[in-house]
Ligand binder design. Sequence first.
Ligand code: MN
Length: 131
Amino acid sequence: MKFTKSGGQTAAGPEDWFTGPVSIDGIRNPDDQSAVGAAHVRFSPGARTAWHHHPKGQTLYVTDGVGYVARRGGAVQEIRPGDVVYIEPGEEHWHGATPDRFMAHVAIHEADADGQVVTWLEHVSDEDYAS
Ligand code: MN
């Protein structure tokens, strides 16, 4: 068993991959023993990921606030604490906060054979965000 006390440093979501302030607390990174990665991600009001997809899919567990999730070609869906969203491998999507509320979720995903958990695409336009 390995126990890690609360600590470390919250990382800022890089501007290349996120719109608006996003804070990321790592839970685990894929390693030799397990391909599973997980993080607790907090989005400020209006903040969201860029469009992206995951080679092995992704599960989101909403822990706080009110957010949005959308897949390419689909309607924007509201998500609230306790909601679980499963994103299929290769499914293009984004997630983030609503314009007026913070949103936090735990993100769980698996690395592929190359160690990748995500492929980033373009930013989500204000038009797509508002639709
Ligand atoms: Mn995702």
